[in-house]
Design a protein around this ligand. Sequence first.
Ligand code: ZZB
Length: 258
Amino acid sequence: QEYTALKLKVVEWAPKAAEAVKGKIPEDAKVYLVPATLRAETMYGQTCCFVGPSITYGLYKAAEKEYFVITERAARNMAYQGIFEKEGVPEKAADVLGSDLIGTVVNAPLSFHKEVRVLPMESVLATKGTGVVTSVPSDSPDDYAMVTELAKKADFYGIKKEWAELEIIPIIQTPTSDLLAPYLVKKLKIASPKDAKQLLEAKELAYKEGFYQGVMKVGEFAGEKVEAAKPKVREQLIKAGEAFAYSEPENKVVSRSG
Ligand code: ZZB
C-alpha cells in the first residue's frame, strides 16, 4: 500500500498538547501532524484532521528542528524507509495522547481552508497508516458522517461546534453529484459514524465512482479526470515539500474495512 503522507504544520497547540511538548523540543522547531492518504487529489477539500482520542502518538524527529506526530508503528516504518534524516531507530521527543491534541490548529496544504482543527474520530486505527487521518467530507463518507456527528454533539465531544462546520466545497464532479460523500450518506440513510456496514458500502461506491468517473472541479488540474489528476497532484505536493511517499508493509495492512 503506497500512501501519500501529508505534512500538516502545527500553528497552535491545544493547551494540553502544549504542556506535553513543552521543553522537549526546541522552541523554534516545526511540528507536523502527518496523515496518510490514498487520495491526494482530494486535498483541496480538507476541513479538519482526525486523531484517535485514545491513541498515544509520539513526536518523532524527522530532521533538525522538524518533528512528526504519528504512531510509534509508523515512526518505525518511516525510519526504516529512510524518511527520517537519521535512519534506523526513530528518535522520540515526547508522547501526546490523541484526546490532548483535539483543538490544535494545523495548516492543511492545498486546502481551501488553510487552517483546520484536529478533531476526534473513534474509528481511526492505530494499526494503519500513521494513525492520523485528514478529513475530506465532500468525498469521504466516513469523514462526512463524522463531521456531521461532531457538529451535532459538539459539547459531548468537547469541541467548539464551528470547528466541525467548515464549508464543504465541491471538488470533484461525478455523474451523480459534486458532493459524492454527503449524497451517499443520505442515499444509504447513514445516521451516524456507528453505521459501519453502510459506511463501508458508501466508501467503496465513492472510491469507484470518484476514481473512474470523477472530473476535477478545482485546482490546477480542473477539467481533468481524477485518474489523470491524482498522480499530478501528488507529485506537486511532494515537489513542494508538503508530502512524501510512505508505504505500509504488505502483511501489516489492516484496512478500516477489516
Ligand atoms: C483522505 C481521503 C479523502 C480519504 C477521501 C478517503 C477518501 P482504506 O480505508 O483502505 O480505503 N485512513 C488512513 N489511515 C487511517 C487509519 N489509521 N484509520 C482509519 N482510516 C484511515 O484507507 C485509505 C483511507 O482511509 C485514507 O484516505 C484515509 O482517508 C483513511 F475522499 O484520506 B483518506 C471514499 C474514500 N475517500
